[in-house]
Unconditional design. Structure first.
Lengths: 337, 440
């Protein structure tokens, strides 16, 4: 019995909790991509950099808050700085829309033109981010590190395995849940949200009903900027902030959005968790878990790892490519391929 | 100003820019930039074949360049005989399994009629068999290979053949990969194709970074042979010392310039050959057919053109050219560093070259390759100089000034992004627009 409990704790500590937290972060990112896709109808390659920008501003504000000694211990100061980061990112996305994307929208350019333009935006934003905070790795989580440490858990329960829960993990989970709840409430129950869904379903009909497309687009960018900053900051709090890593995050996020069905918000969430759980589960060495489950009568050879952890990112690309080839509309259905 | 005039003018401007660097900084720097400009031009030609001729979005240029680079290692690196001995049986088994599975797949799909879905399923099944059996067979062999003197070898090594052969093998390897990828990914909508190719290229680079037995992974393969003499040998050679005396240059700096000139000569030959090939292809009936397919798929297929086949061919050709550029780059560097492959530099920058130069115009791609690479390299000193002047007013030791100067290197990302945005907005056809000429 104790072995089974130990196995459960082990699985929770190394697979379920990290994957859930990572899944929340991916889902928030993927929601932003999917939202822009359904309203502006293009894949926004600059989304990873938008996340990085929001996080960078948040970090700068955090640093100056720390400088004057303002904090909200045990929570990280970054939460206090977050609204500023969100506002700055909203400003940035609205400015890019006004100066870059609106021109092509009026010309009714092909989605591929938007995509190429978004690469230009990606370059500018990544330069901006590096200009703001440099290229180094930054840890900016200054709150209480752990809600419960592995040692405390062991003492508390008398089990052989420990369960550590970090504050940042709990913050990620609660923030993501609140955000997703708010987003769906907004899309389902407010007039603007309904307008947005109508616009995404059928642009011509929406225009005929007198919906102002510019307003919808503005709201889409504002929502995407909020989601991006949140996703970026939560990821940064949980791990660390490095511009290059955020650039790499773009593909898992696309993978999450596409796997769930591009343009489908529920799909983005499902996709985020699917990608996160596969990445963690496929690269976790199962040796100890199996030993517990087998009641230690038999010890397996090797680490029992399906893939080396170096392939963590590759797992998401693999899932992405497979889904694109086998079921391009995603598991929950989305735009046609 | 007509097209030919502007072309001459733009290329002269580029030459002038390079010469300015030669006079202001040094000829060594100018030649380093020139060599990479030439390679960039080849890479841009490859992307232009896919995007400019046929409108295919390949965001996997990085992967093909990396495969071209791998070819240099496989062809030219000295073989690690112990590793070959340790694993020859397993390698043979794996090859037999692969070939058998592939031919079985082809025979079965030719003999019986399949729906597309079941064909796909069969393909996946075949690939699965090959992968699983290779992993089980190769596992112990790989561990053995990687344990052979890991600080020096720990990989299979190459064939020890002349390095220039890799300029043929690289394109072939990339073309093979291009065929596989094209076979599965073409036919997707353009933005999905973009994301899929980007994902696949990341997988390729991840494999190269981690499969140490093949590419030494992040331990890099250094000391690859060169098609041109080494500086140190030149400095010792008598004829070279004479030559240096004639041009009245110090021997050691002249030797490095001489080596770079040799590389430049080789690259110019390759580029000229490639330009001749691509230009004659583009202006042949075949080239017109490709453009017809790009401009109106429905009309072209109504005229009896097999769109899928055309797309696949173009994808393979373009991939081969990108692979060639990758092989040239690794040959120039003399080392293979899988960690250096980043999409920003190897995919998106090349796209900026093509779009700036003018999609669909080969001369444009070459020009774009030169221009973009020049500013990619020179943006850093230029940016630092600019920031230095602009911030003189706020005091020498000001934190803001220090911060800005420290991050001046990031200027190039902003410059490149703005360049792309301006071109897309104000001259979407690029510096040298595609010529839609009269049929002669």
């Amino acid at each position: 019995m104790e072995d089974l409990l130990n196995a459960a704790v082990l699985a929770a500590n190394y697979i379920v909790i990290p994957a859930t937290v990572y899944g929340c972060q991916l889902a928030l990112g993927a929601l932003g991509v999917t939202l822009i896709y359904s309203v502006l109808r293009f894949s926004n390659f600059a989304h990873g950099e938008t996340m990085a920008f929001g996080t960078a501003v948040t970090i700068l504000v955090t640093l100056s808050l720390q400088g004057i000694g303002v904090g909200i211990f045990p929570l990280p100061t970054a939460l206090l700085a977050l609204p500023v980061g969100i506002l700055a990112t909203i400003g940035l996305t609205l400015a890019t829309d006004r100066w870059v994307y609106r021109f092509y929208r009026r010309k009714r350019s092909e989605p591929i033109i938007f995509l190429i333009v978004s690469i230009g935006v990606m370059f500018v934003m990544s330069g901006l981010v590096r200009f703001l905070v440099g290229t180094d790795d930054r840890v900016f989580d200054d709150g209480m590190r752990f809600l419960i440490t592995a040692r405390d858990f062991k003492e508390l329960t008398g089990l052989g395995e420990g369960l550590a829960i970090r504050t940042s993990q709990l913050i990620t989970l609660t923030t993501a849940l609140t955000c997703v709840g708010l987003l769906f409430w907004f899309l389902e129950h407010t007039k603007t949200g309904k307008m947005m869904r109508a616009f995404s379903d059928n642009e011509d009909l929406a225009l005929l009903s007198g919906i102002d497309p510019e307003k919808i687009v503005r709201i889409a960018w504002i929502t995407a900027a909020c989601l991006a900053t949140l996703a970026g900051t939560l990821y940064g709090l949980d791990k660390s902030f490095k511009p290059f890593v955020f650039q790499q995050l773009l593909l898992p996020i696309f993978a999450a959005a596409i796997v769930g069905g591009f343009g489908n918000p529920l799909g983005a969430i499902a996709g985020g968790f699917l990608i996160a759980f596969s990445e963690v589960a496929l690269t976790y060495p199962y040796k100890r878990l199996i030993t517990y489950l087998a009641q230690s009568s038999w010890e397996p050879e090797g680490l029992l790892q399906l893939m080396s952890t170096d392939y963590k990112y590759a797992v998401s690309f693999l899932i992405l490519v497979m889904v694109l080839l086998v079921r391009p509309t995603g598991i929950l259905g989305g735009a046609k391929a | 100003m007509n097209y030919l005039h502007s072309r001459t003018l733009l290329f002269s401007v580029t030459a002038l820019l390079l010469m300015t660097v030669g006079f202001v900084q040094s000829w060594n720097v100018a030649l380093t930039i020139l060599n990479l400009c030439l390679i960039s031009a080849v890479m841009a030609l490859g992307v232009n074949i896919q995007w400019g001729y046929a409108g295919l979005v390949n965001f996997g240029a990085m992967g093909f360049a990396a495969l071209g680079g791998l070819a240099v290692v496989l062809i030219a690196a000295a073989p690690v005989e112990e590793a070959w001995r340790a694993s020859s049986t397993q390698i043979m088994f794996c090859s037999v399994v692969t070939i058998a599975a592939a031919s079985a797949y082809f025979v079965v799909t030719r003999l019986f009629v399949f729906t597309l879905a079941s064909k796909k399923a069969l393909a996946f099944f075949t690939i699965g068999i090959v992968v699983v059996s290779s992993i089980t067979l190769m596992g112990p062999a790989i561990r053995k290979i990687e344990s052979i003197d890991p600080s020096l070898y720990g990989y299979l090594g190459g064939l020890g053949l002349p390095v220039l052969l890799s300029w043929i093998a690289g394109p072939m390897l990339a073309a093979g990969a291009g065929w596989l990828i094209g076979k599965v990914a073409l036919g997707l909508r353009l933005d999905y194709l973009a994301i899929a190719t980007l994902g696949i290229s990341e997988i390729v680079v991840t494999l190269l970074k981690n499969e140490d037995w093949l590419s030494r992974g992040v331990k890099n393969v250094v000391g690859l042979p060169r098609p041109v003499p080494f500086e140190i040998d030149l400095q010792r050679a008598e004829w070279f010392q004479h030559l240096a005396e004639i041009v009245s240059q110090p021997v050691d700096s002249f030797s490095s310039i001489f080596v770079k000139l040799c590389f430049a000569g080789l690259f110019v030959v390759v580029l000229a050959l490639l330009m001749w090939l691509t230009e004659s292809a583009l202006h042949s009936p075949w080239g017109r057919m490709i453009r017809a397919v790009r401009d109106n798929e429905v009309a072209a297929s109504a005229m009896g053109k097999d769109i899928k086949k055309v797309h696949l061919r173009i994808f393979v050709l373009g991939s081969a050219v990108i692979g060639l550029a990758g092989a040239m780059l690794v040959t120039l560097d003399g080392q293979f560093t899988p960690g250096a492959y980043q999409p920003l530099r190897f995919t998106f920058l090349v796209w900026i070259m093509v779009i700036l130069g003018g999609s669909g115009n080969n001369w444009g791609s070459v020009l774009g390759g030169f221009f973009v690479w020049f500013f990619w390299v020179e943006a850093e000193p230029l940016g630092a100089w600019l920031i230095d002047i602009l911030t003189l007013g706020i005091g020498e030791e000001s934190a803001l000034r220090q911060h800005l100067i420290h991050n001046a290197a990031q200027m190039r990302l902003i410059v490149m992004g703005l360049l792309l945005l301006f071109v897309m907005r104000f001259m979407p056809l690029g510096l040298l627009p595609e010529k839609i000429g009269k049929v002669s």
